[in-house]
Design a protein around this ligand. Structure first.
Ligand SMILES: [Fe+2]
Ligand SMILES: [Fe+2]
Length: 344
């Protein structure tokens, strides 16, 4: 079983890359098409668990990584519990046949497959962990919060909320695939990442339709984005982590302070690989900002996210030099642009 503190060895394994040096497909999230998306047959699956080479899993690379164990176990719990959310969503969009068919036959199915795949990875990498027993305890607590009343007050705003959830999961698995020290995990998280990005595109497509239908204003959409952003890393993650932590440290109390400590460690680990630009672009898309405003706002938020939200602890200190250089360059470019605009 993993030992406390080993995650710092894991940090050393990361090849920290500047996001700008990454291939294009990792850097800029492609523009979302507003045109209707192709429909697939319900039986079509992009990948299955049989496509993963489980026999090649190199346990030695992950078995001592307590932080990685938490990241994967909590994700496997939340993905597996998707059917509770899915039932609520299908009920909420009753009468919209296209949306409910996609939710039921594609989205729910793929999210549950994420849960099964992550469960299998956790069970293979950490065979002493009784996943089923811990999941039951997690689900009993988690399902109490998962009620239809927790959804947004309008169908359009709920679609915005789903976009932000998919943005969060796409960013999470992108980060895990970049920092994974183990090839099978890298492959699995890349597959899940692609699914999550596709889910975002579908929810965004449905959001555009509901926005037109409900004539929803930007301010209300913005507030829905903020509400959902505040919920990321919230109660669901805390409940999942509490149950996973309890197995490794039986009898040890788990409180909010401990949750924040583990969360801070996770941010230090994930921050350098987090796709800041992609997540900011996905977050801003539903606001339909003027392209010139978005061009200024997106890099600024990505910059703040990189250094303030994710740049805690040792990573932050190491990054001061680059932070000042980046800030200086951005201010200079902005000032030159403003000057050029005024001179025209
Ligand atoms: Fe998922
Ligand atoms: Fe998803």
């Amino acid at each position: 079983m993993p030992k406390l503190g080993k995650e710092w060895e894991f940090v050393n394994l990361i090849i920290v890359k500047d996001e700008r040096t990454l291939p294009q497909r990792f850097r800029i999230f492609p523009m979302i098409p507003a045109s209707p998306l192709p429909r697939r047959s319900p039986s079509h699956q992009r990948w299955t668990l049989d496509d993963i080479p489980w026999q090649s899993l190199d346990r030695a690379r992950v078995t001592d990584q307590e932080l990685l164990f938490y990241l994967l176990t909590t994700a496997s719990f939340i993905e597996t519990a998707t059917d509770t959310y899915a039932h609520n969503l299908i009920e909420y969009y009753a009468g919209d046949e296209e949306t409910t068919t996609w939710l039921e036959q594609h989205w729910q199915h793929e999210e549950l497959q994420h849960g099964r795949a992550l469960k299998r990875y956790v069970q293979t990498a950490w065979p002493n962990f009784d996943w089923d027993q811990v999941y039951q305890a997690f689900f009993a607590e988690f399902s109490a919060n998962c009620v239809i009343e927790a959804l947004e007050p309008s169908r359009c705003l709920e679609m915005v909320s789903r976009c932000i959830v998919e943005m969060g999961t796409a960013s999470y698995y992108t980060t895990l695939s970049r920092l994974s020290p183990e090839p099978v995990l890298r492959q699995l998280t890349q597959l899940i990442r692609e699914d999550e990005i596709r889910h975002y595109k579908y929810f965004y497509h449905y959001f555009l339709r509901y926005r037109q239908r409900e004539n929803m204003g930007r301010w209300k959409i913005f507030r829905a984005v903020l509400r959902r952003l505040r919920m990321i890393d919230g109660e669901d993650s805390s409940i999942a982590l509490k149950h996973a932590y309890g197995i490794l440290h039986s009898g040890a109390p788990f409180d909010n302070r401990l949750y924040r400590i583990i969360q801070k460690r996770a941010r230090c680990l994930m921050g350098p690989q987090f796709p800041h630009r992609m997540s900011v672009k996905m977050t801003l898309n539903p606001l339909d900002l003027n392209p010139r405003v978005q061009k200024t706002v997106a890099p600024t938020i990505a910059f703040l996210s990189r250094y303030l939200l994710w740049g805690e602890g040792g990573m932050r200190i190491k990054s001061y030099g680059r932070m000042y250089t980046d800030l200086y360059t951005r201010v200079r470019v902005y000032a030159l642009n403003q000057w050029a605009r005024l001179a025209e």
